[in-house]
Design a protein. Structure first.
Ligand code: NOJ
Length: 571
């Protein structure tokens, strides 16, 4: 047996609530719509707090609900200290937090510090004030007559630089550009500027004193850029899954994170934030959204005086293969243990193809940029079966678990959305080459045979819901003990009861190659990633299983069907 201890160094946050928390991501625009305008809102969240309580999650994390032109669904913030009118008011926020508290659920909000909206007062002032002004110094403006100041590409396609003159119409703005790693409407802040630093300290204080228990940090690896903004060795190819050599052939990308990401200077910002938050409450969560290689670099973000956790995107990206999953689990747990941090597990979020759909493709060919009606379609039943197995395996591991709204219903991606309905800037900025993320953001179904499947009462929906969507509604699953919802509830409750999130794992060796099997305290967690049923020499009483049908336990063997997970209470 190979033993993996989650924590090897002593830290003062050993008892912190987030170490083993199950955190449920709410995408406010698509969760529930109380006023019928087709957009979800904060009162909609409050009205479904019973669903979240019954699910048993420890916390909810809300994607941005701040005032925003919604060019990037709220990740373009125009005012960091208010609620967007279409989502409600600060009073609605307070009511929602109180409702969550009342059922023992904590609240985490998104902080978007890499960029603002171009409609933020500071960017408007910057454009108005002209070249060389102190107002422009809060963002990244550069003068270059020969074209964009460097070769960086926007993650949403095209150059990361936009010309200023067409926006202001002023001749002195000729050959001036501003930087935006995402859409042109999302200008990057200059984090060398003390006012930028102070504004985000104020942001943290404002929301933490309003009762927030944590912050999910958007683009946490991007705030500080390499001095002098040098060219990127990969240019705009960085954002494809591959690079292209001079003959146009695909070549694997190098592992460096580029001059725009993972610069050493970001860590001082998070140390500063930790000091700010510690002065309010010691256990406030900071979780990094940082797509950084290798795992040892990720681990730097979760040193004791920085953030609490980072999303484990290597796990999310792993193919449905036992060896790949095991390797990611080992390397991520080891890298985190070296700094005394728990790892996290995440399979879906608002930026990726939902895992019930991803796993409906052959292992290794999972799509990652959205799916259209003409693309190869997934095997939906297989995808859901594997998704349930993958979730149940992840919930059996120590550390934090992040889940995305709707995955507890087994929701798939909308893979046949009409292209005319798409709203993701990635779709528009890539000349409609990358379909983007709309397919995972479709408004949730709540009721059967109801307008917009119970998302609201008017039937409006900002993205179209596919045929049969109401079959996934909680109302359709509530009384079915074999439903995906029932499995999630049972698994979360059992995980808490057996303290699996706080455990340590040992791999069980000597089993077939398609099997992942760990012992976590008194529980054995076994997944069969293969396509054949297996009879395994493991004993125990079944606590939770991912498939519908007979429990396969006997005195000395357990039968695990293809693409399935079971938890056994070791005897
Ligand atoms: C990551 C967010 O998750 C994504 O939705 C957003 O588009 C980018 N950061 C830019 O803020």
């Amino acid at each position: 047996m190979t033993s993996l201890a989650p924590v090897v160094t002593a830290r003062n946050d050993q008892e912190a609530w987030w170490r083993d928390a199950v955190i449920y991501q709410i995408y406010p625009r698509s969760f529930a719509d109380s006023d019928g305008d087709g957009l979800g809102d904060l009162p909609g969240i409050t009205s479904h707090m019973d669903h979240l309580a019954a699910l048993g999650v420890d916390a909810i994390w809300l994607s941005p609900f701040y005032p925003s032109p919604q060019v990037d669904a709220g990740y373009d913030v125009a005012d960091y200290f208010d609620v967007a009118p279409e989502y409600g008011t600060l009073a609605d926020f307070d009511v929602m937090v109180a409702a969550a508290r009342a059922v023992g659920i904590r609240v985490v909000v998104d902080v978007v510090p890499n960029h603002s909206s171009d409609q933020h007062a500071w960017f408007r002032a910057a454009l108005a004030a002209g070249p060389g002004s102190p107002e422009r110094d809060r963002y990244i403006f550069r003068h270059n007559p020969d074209g964009p100041p460097n070769n960086w590409g926007s993650l949403f396609g095209g150059s990361a630089w936009t010309r200023v003159e067409p926006l202001t119409g002023r001749p002195e703005d000729r050959d001036w550009w501003y930087l935006h790693l995402f859409a042109a409407e999302q200008p990057d802040f200059n984090w060398d500027h003390p006012e930028v630093r102070e504004m985000f300290r104020d942001f943290l204080r404002f929301w933490a004193t309003r009762g927030v228990d944590g912050f999910r940090v958007d683009v946490a690896h991007g705030l500080v850029k390499a001095p002098g903004l040098p060219d990127d060795a990969l240019g705009a190819d960085r954002w494809r899954g591959f690079a292209v050599d001079e003959d146009g052939a695909s070549v694997p990308k190098t592992a460096d994170n580029g001059p725009m990401f993972d610069q050493p200077g970001v860590h001082e910002i998070y140390r500063d934030w930790r000091r700010v938050l510690s002065a309010i409450r010691p256990d406030i969560l900071l979780v990094a959204e940082a797509w950084v290689d290798p795992p040892e670099h990720m681990a730097r973000y979760v040193r004791e005086d920085e953030m609490s956790q980072a999303f484990n995107f290597d796990y999310l990206k792993s193919a449905w293969r036992a060896a790949d999953l095991r390797q990611v689990i080992d390397t991520s747990m080891e890298a985190n243990a070296a700094v005394g941090a728990p790892t996290t597990w995440v399979l879906s979020n608002h930026d990726v193809v939902r895992h019930a759909t991803r796993f409906g493709y052959p292992p290794g060919s999972e799509p990652d940029g959205g799916i259209g009606a003409e693309d190869p379609q997934p095997d939906a039943a297989l995808g859901l079966r594997r998704a349930r197995a993958a979730t149940l395996f992840a919930l059996g591991l120590p550390g934090g678990m992040y889940m995305f709204q709707g995955e507890e219903l087994g929701l798939p991606e909308h893979t046949t959305m009409d292209d005319s309905a798409r709203q993701d800037p990635a779709w528009l900025r890539t000349d409609k080459q990358t379909r983007g993320r709309d397919g995972c953001r479709v408004p949730l179904p709540w009721a059967v045979d109801a307008p917009a499947c119970g998302f609201n009462t008017t039937g409006l929906s900002w993205l179209p819901q596919p045929e049969g969507w109401d079959g996934y509604a909680p109302a359709a699953q509530e009384t079915d003990p074999d439903s995906t919802l029932a499995m999630y509830r049972r698994a979360i409750a059992t995980r808490r009861e057996w303290r699996l999130g706080r455990g340590e794992i040992q791999w069980l060796e000597g089993l077939p190659g398609q099997v992942l099997a760990v012992r976590n305290g008194e529980v054995i967690v076994v997944t069969n990633t293969g396509d054949e049923e297996l009879q395994l020499p493991l004993a125990g009483t079944v606590l939770v299983q991912s498939w519908n049908g007979e429990m396969g336990d006997r005195a000395d063997t357990v039968v695990v069907p293809a693409n399935a997970t079971v938890w056994l209470a070791a005897s």
